[in-house]
Design a protein around this ligand. Sequence first.
Ligand code: ZN
Length: 143
Amino acid sequence: MPVYNQTQTANCLIGRLEHDRDLLEELTSVARQENIRLARVEAIGAVKCARIGFYDQQKQEYLFHEINEPMEITCLTGNISIKDNEPMVHAHLTLADGAGHAFGGHLAPGTIVFACEFMIQPLQGPDLVRGLDRVTGLPLWRM
Ligand code: ZN
């Protein structure tokens, strides 16, 4: 049975990230600066290079792909919740290369912004706190 909380939206943050910065670090710094504990995140733009993860369900570890070419962020979607008592951004993204081919996965450090417009929509509701889930090996929400 699905588990979920009721939330309400609060004021939305909309902005742009600076050129040459790490995409995940920048989104995380906004969350920490604004003390956002629960939110939805989205972004579009372009990256100079990317590092994206794929979770190997058998080995229970992330495999990382490095893509060393400019690409469009066609979709970044994610959330902010609490891990180790700090706001944590969890985002997945789809990138498209110059031929329109798409790649996607879990956003990892090492994805460098060319240009990026983001929205962070804080939610009012109980904190969602991540803890190790023994079945998947992932830091999932404890609910
Ligand atoms: Zn993920």
